[in-house]
Design a protein around this ligand. Structure first.
Ligand code: CO
Length: 151
């Protein structure tokens, strides 16, 4: 199996509650693999279970230039504001997209790749990416957040 494969819908790992990372030096390889896969597939974000690891790690880059990489370990949403509906997709559900309502602005905290505590804010697409990827860490997929009529 190609090690750069993305786990697809139906794979049980996508429904697992991922475990917090205790030692950052144990996930170096995982993080570089996630970054490579995210850029290779032109995704705006990726969560560890999508590459087969049930650990609380996400990578995000919502910039058009693809130069604003965020790596967040054990991320948590600490504040959410507003509401915005937009089309969403997921690399684990190729070919599927739908309107999903999310908070417009979020504040997240977590650990950087250097193990430092960080906080950051995201608005619009960045807020959406944080929420979507952190959902993955709890086994939640964007299709779970679509209204029943649209399903
Ligand atoms: Co996804």
């Amino acid at each position: 199996m190609n090690t750069l494969d993305i786990r697809l819908y139906g794979d049980p790992i996508l429904r697992r509650k991922c475990l917090p990372v205790k030692k950052i030096d144990t996930i170096t390889e995982l993080v570089s693999k996630m970054i490579e896969i995210m850029y290779l597939h032109k995704g705006v974000g990726l969560a560890a279970p999508q590459v087969g690891m049930a650990k609380r790690v996400i990578v995000v880059d919502t910039s058009e230039e693809r130069n604003s990489l965020i790596i967040l370990i054990n991320p948590e949403i600490i504040n959410q504001e507003g509401e915005e509906i937009a089309i969403e997709g997921c690399l684990s559900l190729p070919g599927i997209s739908a309107e999903v309502s999310r908070s417009k602005k979020v504040r997240v905290k977590g650990l950087s790749f250097k193990g430092q505590e960080v906080q950051m804010e995201g608005e619009g697409l960045l807020a959406r990416a944080f929420l979507h990827e952190i959902d993955h860490l709890d086994g939640i997929l964007f299709i779970d957040r679509i209204s029943k009529e649209k399903k």
